[in-house]
Design a protein around this ligand. Sequence first.
Ligand code: UDP
Length: 140
Amino acid sequence: MALERTLSILKPDATRRNLTGKINARFEEAGLRIVAQKRAWLSQAQAEKFYEVHKARPFFGELVSFMISGPVVLQVLEGENAVTRNREIMGATDPSKAEPGTIRREFAESIEANSVHGSDSPENAAIEIAYFFAGTEIVG
Ligand code: UDP
């Protein structure tokens, strides 16, 4: 299987509760390498553009407000089957429906403040990584 990369975001509820190290340990224990990482405070325009696909959804406005309510950690994770592997260890969007042992089940506060973002396909991963990172910032 080929080495793959995915975009991960530790959301403002995770940085607020100082959980970045604990969540990063989950990635590393799952065989994913953090090959790029930076802390950022997203602008409204950046968050709106990132979640553009959800623009028509009722939760869009609140989601954008939440994503700019504090700092995030932007990351590129690399590993075998990284997109699917990360989605597995993140768990379902709604933490009450996420499997025990997943990041969202263990750490998330709500369906909105669910601690982590992970790309949902290799195609979107490439787009999302390029949105936040220059190629020179990724050191595999
Ligand atoms: N979200 C929300 N309310 C919902 C569904 C989603 O606030 O009813 C937020 C949540 O933070 C989620 C993000 O919107 O992570 C993107 O939604 P998506 O369906 O893409 O879920 P994900 O891929 O993050 O699991």
